[in-house]
Design a protein around this ligand. Structure first.
Ligand SMILES: [Zn+2]
Length: 226
């Protein structure tokens, strides 16, 4: 009980300090504030507010930069890549491959190279050969286009919104050469729930090097199950 009580001298001292502080504040309010021009006070208040807002924005920016740095830890495949000229692309690609990868065309459903390809292997970009998808993530979507539930790496593909059909769709590009690949939708299977609906014309399938599957379809000229 005794321990909770403040000594009288200390309590008196604290009360006195509070009284002095109140007196000082009143003196400031009475003597100083009336001399200060009100617009000046308004400007100073605004400046203090903007300073606080600026500091909070700097803080948000720092967090975004930190997040961006974390995301960029994975190597960007486009760094150091030298884009091929239109002439070179026209020389090395078929007309369909050129139209799909360079002009965002769409090849016919069920009448394309890989929609029903069931072999094990990797699907590379037909323009720059960057590995994009694995056969383990390919699934039967019933759409007539090769469909995957996730790309091989986070930065192997990039996306942007297009309005070609007058409603927003998420267009998918090669992460290195920016070739158009297809679109991604949110109606895919787990574990991602994504459906990467790709054009066969933008892909080059390379079979796993095991037994008769050791050669790419480019070498053999066909894929099974088509
Ligand atoms: Zn590419």
């Amino acid at each position: 009980m005794q321990c909770n009580q403040e000594p009288m001298a200390k309590k008196f001292s604290r009360t006195r300090s509070l009284r002095e502080l109140c007196a000082l504040r009143q003196s400031f309010a009475v003597r100083v504030l009336p001399r200060v021009n009100r617009p000046v006070v308004a400007v100073l208040s605004m400046a203090i507010c903007w300073a606080f807002i600026g500091l909070s924005q700097v803080s948000c920016y720092s967090q975004e930069v930190g997040a961006a740095k974390e995301a960029s830890e994975e190597a960007d495949p486009s760094i150091g890549y030298v884009p091929k000229s239109p002439r070179e692309l026209q020389r090395t690609l078929t007309k369909m491959q050129y139209d799909v990868t360079q002009n965002a065309a769409t090849e016919p459903a069920f009448k394309n190279r890989y929609w029903n390809n069931k072999r094990d292997g990797v699907y590379r970009c037909v323009v720059c050969s960057l590995p994009l998808f694995e056969s383990e993530t390919k699934f039967k979507s019933g759409t007539g286009w090769p469909s995957f539930f996730k790309p091989l790496g986070k930065k192997n593909v990039s996306t942007k919104t297009d309005y070609i059909l007058f409603y927003p769709r998420t267009e998918v590009h090669c992460g290195r050469c920016k070739a158009h690949l297809g679109h991604v939708f949110d109606d895919g299977p787990q574990p991602t729930g994504k459906r990467y609906c790709m054009n066969s014309a933008s892909l080059q399938f390379v079979a796993k090097p095991a037994g008769d599957e050791g050669q790419s379809d480019k070498t053999s000229g066909r894929t099974s199950g088509e």
